[in-house]
Design a protein around this ligand. Structure first.
Ligand SMILES: NC(=O)c1ccc[n+]([C@@H]2O[C@H](COP(=O)([O-])OP(=O)(O)OC[C@H]3O[C@@H](n4cnc5c(N)ncnc54)[C@H](OP(=O)(O)O)[C@@H]3O)[C@@H](O)[C@H]2O)c1
Length: 230
């Protein structure tokens, strides 16, 4: 039984990852801004022995510190940095300092600070790995449509951070990779998205399971068939 931490677990892909890890028998710490979120409270009713819900706002250092301290020395086998916000979708004229900083803090800086805070727990884990949920929008080489300045920039920064973490953790046996979840039917992806959240989460879990040291640092796709161009 693995101990898996999923951030942004209140809804969307994060919530589905929690469901699927639980349903295969793993132990899950679901991290959510609102630890009393109804979606998670419902799951706790049936899975209280293997599901713990803890408060975490990934863009706030004090919240990261409190989360890490509540975990104590518990070994962590899988950390999924999933929480993110999209920011404004528009073109250059809608790019604004405060919003861009919030998107960066949530999508790129928070995941690095959380990973650092949980490094001691990952070191105690079995075949430990960190998966950062990125986006195809974070790929520079595959950017053919523009827009989404803050979001694209934040995910490209997350991609760089993941590679750095992979290098830094190389001698500790902790793997790190970014995974594109596809365009998924969630609040963020919208109902017009082609991918069901269950298929995305199942693919992400398969890719995390299959990650090996030679591919640590890679930019992977939830379908697992290819690495994405940076
Ligand atoms: N859906 C897609 O098509 C798509 C495509 C490419 C990449 N992605 C990526 O996939 C991941 C999940 O996306 P999604 O579609 O599931 O999005 P979503 O439905 O909008 O859910 C986002 C989750 O992140 C949480 N969150 C936002 N800010 C947070 C913060 N500061 N601290 C902690 N949690 C925070 C939200 O919590 P609250 O409920 O508290 O707001 C929510 O649980 C994201 O990394 C996203 O960038 C999604």
């Amino acid at each position: 039984m693995k101990h898996v931490i999923v951030t942004g677990a209140s809804r969307g892909i994060g919530l589905e990852l929690v469901r699927q890890y639980l349903s295969r028998g793993d132990r899950v710490t679901a991290a959510a801004r609102d630890a009393s979120a109804a979606s998670l409270a419902e799951l706790v009713k049936s899975q209280a022995d293997r599901l713990t819900v803890r408060a975490l706002d990934v863009k706030t250092q004090s919240s990261i510190d409190a989360f890490a301290s509540a975990l104590g020395d518990a070994p962590v086998d899988v950390l999924v940095n999933n929480a993110a916000i999209a920011g404004h979708r528009g073109a250059l004229e809608s790019f604004a300092m405060d919003e861009a900083l919030e998107v960066f803090a949530t999508n790129a800086i928070g995941p690095v600070l959380l990973t650092r805070a949980l490094r001691k727990n990952l070191r105690r884990g079995t075949d430990p790995r960190v998966a950062h949920i990125t986006s195809g929008m974070g790929s520079i080489s595959e950017n053919t449509s523009g827009g989404w300045y803050a979001y694209r920039m934040s995910k490209a920064a997350l991609n760089m951070a993941s590679k750095n973490l992979a290098l830094e953790f190389e001698h500790e046996g902790i793997l790190s990779a970014v995974i594109n979840p596809g365009w998924v039917k969630t609040d963020m992806g919208g109902q017009g998205a082609p991918t069901d959240v269950r298929d995305s989460a199942a693919g992400i879990i398969r890719v995390i399971d299959g990650l090996t040291a030679p591919r640590s640092g890679a930019f992977l796709d939830y379908r697992g068939e290819r690495e994405i161009g940076w």
